[in-house]
Design a protein around this ligand. Structure first.
Ligand code: ZN
Length: 269
């Protein structure tokens, strides 16, 4: 059986509490031998680390999600450094920029919006700094009209840290700009959706060895599970579709995506 990794899962979410052991067993049964649990704030990062301590096949990424920044401390670097030195913490994140639900959409002012953007940029910058310091890479969340701002913040760190732009579902021009900075992308179950042709085009345009697989579970379950809770075992369906698009064997896809993950996350064992 071809082996795959789920490089972006939110295993600390309450969705998985009732049947966590079964979720892991199904992942194992589907050949998913490594899972990376991604933190979205310090509490969730600590839970990800705790899962990594308990389960050999789980690793953690620690950081603060852009949508949560209003709850973030002004300087998250000291705590982030502490969390990130754990032997099973393989990257910083998820971090980045997301202007999807601005404060003004919930009754805030234009000034609230400006503050929100400023804080997202500051928190992203701090995470890039810690990543560069600790020689780790970053898991980047970038949604909507934020690519210019995201790349502008990442640019000064080229050569010091790289990003994986997770859940990539943008166009080929965006893909080219990301790759030009030495960064990578990863693909979720959207690649299996009927309306996911742009993602299949991105897969076709990305050479083997320059992308990884992920579920972003509990979100984005691939076909035939669309709309249900997603879980790491479903990387198998994502891999099947991507192997078809790349016209390669599952073994070749397995080798390429796992090697890419080990190169991008050097602490992954
Ligand atoms: Zn995520």
């Amino acid at each position: 059986m071809a082996i795959f990794y789920d490089t972006h899962a939110h295993l600390d979410y309450p969705d998985f509490q009732p049947d966590f052991a079964d979720v892991l067993a199904r992942a194992r049964g589907a050949g998913i031998t490594r899972m990376i649990s991604i933190g979205t704030n310090f509490e969730s990062s600590r839970r990800a680390v705790a899962l990594a301590e308990k389960h050999e096949e789980i690793f953690a990424v620690v950081g603060w999600h852009p949508s949560d920044v209003l709850d973030a401390p002004d300087d998250l670097r000291p705590t982030l450094r502490e969390l990130a030195t754990h032997p099973k913490v393989v990257a910083i994140g998820e971090t980045g920029l997301d202007y999807y639900r601005m404060p003004s959409a919930k009754g805030g002012t234009a000034e609230d919006d400006a503050n929100y953007k400023r804080k997202q940029a500051a928190i992203f910058q701090q995470q890039l700094e810690v990543a560069a310091e600790l020689k780790l890479n970053c898991v980047i969340h970038q949604r909507g009209e934020t690519l210019d701002d995201t790349l502008a913040l990442l640019q000064p760190f080229v050569g010091k840290t790289r990003g994986v732009f997770h859940c990539f579902s943008s166009d080929l021009a965006a893909l080219a700009r990301i790759r030009a900075l030495g960064s990578l992308v990863s693909f979720t179950g959207i690649v299996t959706f009927k309306n996911g042709q742009n993602v299949r085009d991105a897969v076709a345009a990305t050479p083997l060895g320059e992308f990884m697989l992920e579920t972003d579970c509990p979100f984005l379950a691939p076909i035939p599970y669309r709309g249900k809770r997603c879980e790491p075992a479903f990387v198998k369906e994502i891999g099947d579709t991507i192997a078809q698009v790349k016209n390669c064997s599952l073994e070749a896809l397995s080798r390429a995506t796992c090697d890419t993950a080990h190169a991008f996350f050097p602490k992954l064992r």
